[in-house]
Design a protein around this ligand. Sequence first.
Ligand SMILES: [Zn+2]
Length: 306
Amino acid sequence: VPRAALRPLALALALTAALSPAAAAARRPAPRRPITVVATTTQLQDFVRNVGGARVKVVGLLRPNVDPHEYEPRPSDVAAVGSAGVVVEQGVGLDDWLDKVVRSAGRHPRIVVASRGAAILPGDGSEPQGDPHIWLDPRNAVVMVDDIAAGLAAADPADAAAFRGGARRYVARIRALDRRLARLVATVPPSRRKLVTDHDAFGYLARRYGIQVVGAIIPSLSTAAEPSARALAELIDTIRKAGVKVVFSEASVNPKLAREVASEAGARVDSSLYGDTLGPPGSPGATYLGALSYDVTAMARGFEAG
Ligand SMILES: [Zn+2]
Protein backbone atom coordinates (compact mmCIF):
# COMPACT_ATOMS: atom_id res chain seq x y z
CA VAL A 1 0.00 0.00 0.00
CA PRO A 2 1.48 3.36 -0.95
CA ARG A 3 2.26 5.55 2.03
CA ALA A 4 0.17 8.49 0.74
CA ALA A 5 -2.98 6.32 0.79
CA LEU A 6 -2.52 5.56 4.49
CA ARG A 7 -2.61 9.16 5.55
CA PRO A 8 -6.38 9.83 5.04
CA LEU A 9 -7.15 6.52 6.79
CA ALA A 10 -5.04 7.49 9.80
CA LEU A 11 -6.70 10.88 9.88
CA ALA A 12 -10.14 9.29 9.76
CA LEU A 13 -9.23 6.94 12.61
CA ALA A 14 -7.94 9.83 14.69
CA LEU A 15 -11.13 11.78 14.08
CA THR A 16 -13.28 8.82 15.03
CA ALA A 17 -11.39 8.45 18.29
CA ALA A 18 -11.78 12.14 19.05
CA LEU A 19 -15.54 12.04 18.46
CA SER A 20 -16.22 8.83 20.40
CA PRO A 21 -18.29 9.20 23.57
CA ALA A 22 -15.37 8.05 25.69
CA ALA A 23 -13.17 10.79 24.29
CA ALA A 24 -15.90 13.39 24.73
CA ALA A 25 -16.40 12.33 28.35
CA ALA A 26 -12.66 12.56 28.99
CA ARG A 27 -12.62 16.19 27.80
CA ARG A 28 -15.66 17.23 29.88
CA PRO A 29 -14.91 18.37 33.44
CA ALA A 30 -15.90 15.81 36.06
CA PRO A 31 -19.54 16.40 37.13
CA ARG A 32 -19.67 18.46 40.30
CA ARG A 33 -21.69 17.35 43.27
CA PRO A 34 -25.14 18.99 43.34
CA ILE A 35 -25.59 21.61 46.06
CA THR A 36 -27.80 20.48 48.91
CA VAL A 37 -30.73 22.88 49.21
CA VAL A 38 -33.01 22.69 52.24
CA ALA A 39 -36.45 24.18 51.57
CA THR A 40 -39.11 24.69 54.25
CA THR A 41 -42.50 24.38 52.51
CA THR A 42 -43.61 21.78 49.96
CA GLN A 43 -44.22 24.53 47.37
CA LEU A 44 -40.67 25.88 47.77
CA GLN A 45 -39.27 22.35 47.44
CA ASP A 46 -40.99 22.00 44.07
CA PHE A 47 -39.82 25.45 42.92
CA VAL A 48 -36.19 24.63 43.84
CA ARG A 49 -36.35 21.31 41.94
CA ASN A 50 -37.65 23.09 38.85
CA VAL A 51 -35.03 25.83 39.00
CA GLY A 52 -32.07 23.63 39.94
CA GLY A 53 -32.79 20.33 38.18
CA ALA A 54 -29.89 17.90 38.56
CA ARG A 55 -27.68 20.66 39.99
CA VAL A 56 -29.51 20.59 43.33
CA LYS A 57 -30.36 17.96 45.88
CA VAL A 58 -33.55 19.14 47.59
CA VAL A 59 -34.16 18.29 51.23
CA GLY A 60 -37.67 19.25 52.38
CA LEU A 61 -38.56 20.07 55.97
CA LEU A 62 -42.37 20.23 55.73
CA ARG A 63 -43.93 17.15 54.16
CA PRO A 64 -47.08 16.76 52.03
CA ASN A 65 -50.34 17.07 53.96
CA VAL A 66 -48.60 18.33 57.11
CA ASP A 67 -50.14 21.55 58.44
CA PRO A 68 -47.40 24.22 58.34
CA HIS A 69 -49.22 26.62 60.70
CA GLU A 70 -48.66 24.47 63.76
CA TYR A 71 -45.40 22.84 62.74
CA GLU A 72 -42.92 21.78 65.41
CA PRO A 73 -39.43 21.29 63.94
CA ARG A 74 -37.82 17.88 64.41
CA PRO A 75 -34.20 17.04 65.29
CA SER A 76 -33.79 15.80 61.69
CA ASP A 77 -34.63 19.35 60.48
CA VAL A 78 -31.73 20.70 62.54
CA ALA A 79 -29.42 18.07 61.05
CA ALA A 80 -30.60 18.89 57.52
CA VAL A 81 -29.98 22.63 57.97
CA GLY A 82 -26.60 21.79 59.53
CA SER A 83 -25.42 20.15 56.33
CA ALA A 84 -27.19 22.41 53.80
CA GLY A 85 -25.39 24.50 51.21
CA VAL A 86 -28.41 26.78 50.85
CA VAL A 87 -31.61 27.10 52.89
CA VAL A 88 -34.73 28.45 51.16
CA GLU A 89 -37.46 29.90 53.34
CA GLN A 90 -40.68 31.68 52.48
CA GLY A 91 -40.93 34.19 55.30
CA VAL A 92 -44.31 35.96 55.85
CA GLY A 93 -45.02 34.02 59.02
CA LEU A 94 -45.31 30.50 57.68
CA ASP A 95 -41.83 29.25 58.52
CA ASP A 96 -40.77 31.49 61.41
CA TRP A 97 -39.60 28.35 63.20
CA LEU A 98 -36.65 28.17 60.78
CA ASP A 99 -34.71 30.78 62.84
CA LYS A 100 -34.81 28.42 65.81
CA VAL A 101 -33.68 25.51 63.63
CA VAL A 102 -30.76 27.54 62.22
CA ARG A 103 -29.70 28.55 65.74
CA SER A 104 -29.83 24.93 66.89
CA ALA A 105 -27.82 23.84 63.86
CA GLY A 106 -25.05 26.12 65.13
CA ARG A 107 -23.91 27.41 61.76
CA HIS A 108 -25.03 30.04 59.33
CA PRO A 109 -25.97 28.58 55.96
CA ARG A 110 -26.77 30.88 53.06
CA ILE A 111 -30.48 31.69 53.47
CA VAL A 112 -32.66 32.63 50.50
CA VAL A 113 -35.93 34.38 51.39
CA ALA A 114 -38.29 33.50 48.55
CA SER A 115 -40.88 36.22 49.09
CA ARG A 116 -38.87 39.32 48.24
CA GLY A 117 -40.91 41.37 45.80
CA ALA A 118 -44.09 39.33 46.30
CA ALA A 119 -47.38 41.20 46.80
CA ILE A 120 -48.47 40.48 50.38
CA LEU A 121 -52.11 40.74 51.50
CA PRO A 122 -52.85 42.01 55.04
CA GLY A 123 -52.56 39.58 57.94
CA ASP A 124 -54.81 38.97 60.93
CA GLY A 125 -54.44 38.27 64.67
CA SER A 126 -52.93 34.85 64.08
CA GLU A 127 -50.73 35.80 61.08
CA PRO A 128 -49.71 39.41 61.84
CA GLN A 129 -46.92 39.55 59.22
CA GLY A 130 -49.41 39.22 56.37
CA ASP A 131 -51.45 36.52 54.70
CA PRO A 132 -48.84 33.74 54.39
CA HIS A 133 -50.49 31.85 51.48
CA ILE A 134 -48.61 33.93 48.91
CA TRP A 135 -47.91 31.14 46.36
CA LEU A 136 -51.64 30.81 45.66
CA ASP A 137 -51.37 33.81 43.36
CA PRO A 138 -49.32 32.48 40.42
CA ARG A 139 -47.89 35.97 39.90
CA ASN A 140 -46.31 35.66 43.36
CA ALA A 141 -45.09 32.16 42.47
CA VAL A 142 -43.18 33.71 39.56
CA VAL A 143 -41.51 36.17 41.97
CA MET A 144 -40.64 33.32 44.34
CA VAL A 145 -39.08 31.27 41.54
CA ASP A 146 -36.98 34.25 40.47
CA ASP A 147 -35.88 34.84 44.09
CA ILE A 148 -34.79 31.21 44.27
CA ALA A 149 -32.89 31.39 40.96
CA ALA A 150 -31.05 34.53 42.13
CA GLY A 151 -30.22 32.89 45.47
CA LEU A 152 -28.91 29.69 43.89
CA ALA A 153 -26.90 31.68 41.34
CA ALA A 154 -25.26 33.66 44.16
CA ALA A 155 -24.44 30.43 45.99
CA ASP A 156 -23.09 28.68 42.89
CA PRO A 157 -22.05 31.27 40.27
CA ALA A 158 -20.67 28.62 37.90
CA ASP A 159 -24.21 27.33 37.38
CA ALA A 160 -25.93 30.74 37.37
CA ALA A 161 -26.95 30.53 33.72
CA ALA A 162 -28.45 27.08 34.25
CA PHE A 163 -30.49 28.30 37.23
CA ARG A 164 -31.76 31.28 35.27
CA GLY A 165 -32.66 28.99 32.36
CA GLY A 166 -34.48 26.59 34.68
CA ALA A 167 -36.42 29.48 36.20
CA ARG A 168 -37.30 30.90 32.77
CA ARG A 169 -38.70 27.58 31.51
CA TYR A 170 -40.65 26.96 34.70
CA VAL A 171 -42.06 30.51 34.84
CA ALA A 172 -43.33 30.02 31.27
CA ARG A 173 -45.25 26.95 32.47
CA ILE A 174 -46.68 28.83 35.48
CA ARG A 175 -47.85 31.67 33.24
CA ALA A 176 -49.41 29.29 30.71
CA LEU A 177 -51.35 27.50 33.46
CA ASP A 178 -52.37 30.82 35.01
CA ARG A 179 -53.85 31.97 31.68
CA ARG A 180 -55.66 28.66 31.20
CA LEU A 181 -57.17 28.82 34.72
CA ALA A 182 -58.23 32.45 34.29
CA ARG A 183 -60.08 31.45 31.10
CA LEU A 184 -61.72 28.53 32.96
CA VAL A 185 -62.98 30.70 35.84
CA ALA A 186 -64.20 33.29 33.33
CA THR A 187 -66.70 30.69 32.03
CA VAL A 188 -68.46 30.83 35.45
CA PRO A 189 -70.77 33.85 35.98
CA PRO A 190 -69.17 36.15 38.63
CA SER A 191 -72.27 35.91 40.87
CA ARG A 192 -71.68 32.14 41.21
CA ARG A 193 -67.99 32.34 42.13
CA LYS A 194 -68.55 32.05 45.90
CA LEU A 195 -65.93 30.18 47.87
CA VAL A 196 -66.17 28.56 51.31
CA THR A 197 -63.11 26.62 52.54
CA ASP A 198 -61.72 25.11 55.74
CA HIS A 199 -59.61 28.13 56.65
CA ASP A 200 -59.00 31.50 55.03
CA ALA A 201 -56.15 30.28 52.80
CA PHE A 202 -57.37 31.28 49.35
CA GLY A 203 -57.45 35.08 49.47
CA TYR A 204 -54.61 35.38 46.91
CA LEU A 205 -56.15 32.87 44.55
CA ALA A 206 -59.58 34.48 44.88
CA ARG A 207 -58.19 37.92 44.12
CA ARG A 208 -56.31 36.66 41.06
CA TYR A 209 -59.30 34.88 39.48
CA GLY A 210 -62.18 37.11 40.53
CA ILE A 211 -63.61 34.76 43.14
CA GLN A 212 -65.48 35.95 46.23
CA VAL A 213 -64.48 34.35 49.55
CA VAL A 214 -67.83 34.04 51.34
CA GLY A 215 -66.45 32.52 54.52
CA ALA A 216 -64.30 29.83 56.09
CA ILE A 217 -65.02 27.12 58.65
CA ILE A 218 -62.00 28.36 60.64
CA PRO A 219 -62.40 32.12 60.06
CA SER A 220 -58.66 32.81 60.23
CA LEU A 221 -55.51 32.87 58.12
CA SER A 222 -54.18 30.12 60.40
CA THR A 223 -55.57 26.67 61.11
CA ALA A 224 -54.49 27.17 64.73
CA ALA A 225 -57.59 29.28 65.42
CA GLU A 226 -60.89 27.70 66.49
CA PRO A 227 -64.30 28.83 65.33
CA SER A 228 -66.89 29.78 67.96
CA ALA A 229 -70.36 28.21 67.89
CA ARG A 230 -71.73 31.64 67.01
CA ALA A 231 -69.32 32.05 64.06
CA LEU A 232 -70.31 28.62 62.75
CA ALA A 233 -74.02 29.44 63.03
CA GLU A 234 -73.43 32.69 61.12
CA LEU A 235 -71.46 30.85 58.45
CA ILE A 236 -74.26 28.30 57.98
CA ASP A 237 -76.66 31.20 57.55
CA THR A 238 -74.32 32.91 55.06
CA ILE A 239 -73.91 29.72 53.00
CA ARG A 240 -77.69 29.30 52.80
CA LYS A 241 -78.32 32.91 51.82
CA ALA A 242 -75.50 32.96 49.25
CA GLY A 243 -76.78 29.76 47.68
CA VAL A 244 -73.39 28.07 48.04
CA LYS A 245 -73.78 24.38 47.21
CA VAL A 246 -70.24 23.17 47.75
CA VAL A 247 -67.96 23.67 50.75
CA PHE A 248 -64.31 22.84 50.09
CA SER A 249 -62.22 21.00 52.64
CA GLU A 250 -58.43 21.06 52.54
CA ALA A 251 -56.12 18.06 52.40
CA SER A 252 -54.16 19.06 55.52
CA VAL A 253 -57.19 19.95 57.66
CA ASN A 254 -59.60 17.58 59.44
CA PRO A 255 -62.82 17.68 57.35
CA LYS A 256 -65.19 16.84 60.25
CA LEU A 257 -66.34 20.39 60.94
CA ALA A 258 -66.69 21.23 57.24
CA ARG A 259 -68.98 18.21 56.85
CA GLU A 260 -71.16 19.31 59.76
CA VAL A 261 -71.44 22.88 58.52
CA ALA A 262 -72.18 21.81 54.95
CA SER A 263 -74.83 19.35 56.09
CA GLU A 264 -76.53 22.00 58.27
CA ALA A 265 -76.44 24.51 55.43
CA GLY A 266 -77.82 22.14 52.80
CA ALA A 267 -74.53 22.02 50.91
CA ARG A 268 -72.00 19.26 50.41
CA VAL A 269 -68.27 18.91 50.97
CA ASP A 270 -66.25 18.51 47.81
CA SER A 271 -62.73 17.65 46.76
CA SER A 272 -60.16 18.48 49.38
CA LEU A 273 -58.09 21.33 48.05
CA TYR A 274 -54.31 21.65 48.20
CA GLY A 275 -54.26 24.75 50.41
CA ASP A 276 -51.31 24.82 52.79
CA THR A 277 -49.33 21.92 51.31
CA LEU A 278 -48.81 20.04 48.10
CA GLY A 279 -50.00 16.44 47.95
CA PRO A 280 -47.90 13.29 48.29
CA PRO A 281 -46.10 11.83 45.25
CA GLY A 282 -48.56 10.33 42.78
CA SER A 283 -51.46 12.57 43.84
CA PRO A 284 -52.85 15.28 41.50
CA GLY A 285 -51.36 17.91 43.82
CA ALA A 286 -47.86 16.47 44.03
CA THR A 287 -46.50 19.50 42.17
CA TYR A 288 -47.30 23.20 42.42
CA LEU A 289 -48.72 23.26 38.89
CA GLY A 290 -50.77 20.12 39.56
CA ALA A 291 -52.13 21.47 42.86
CA LEU A 292 -53.07 24.87 41.42
CA SER A 293 -54.77 23.26 38.44
CA TYR A 294 -56.64 20.82 40.67
CA ASP A 295 -57.82 23.52 43.08
CA VAL A 296 -59.12 25.98 40.50
CA THR A 297 -60.72 23.24 38.38
CA ALA A 298 -62.50 21.85 41.46
CA MET A 299 -63.68 25.35 42.41
CA ALA A 300 -65.04 26.10 38.95
CA ARG A 301 -66.94 22.80 39.02
CA GLY A 302 -68.24 23.50 42.54
CA PHE A 303 -69.45 27.00 41.64
CA GLU A 304 -71.53 25.55 38.81
CA ALA A 305 -73.12 22.88 41.05
CA GLY A 306 -76.83 23.40 41.47
ZN1 LIG B 1 -53.02 28.10 55.81
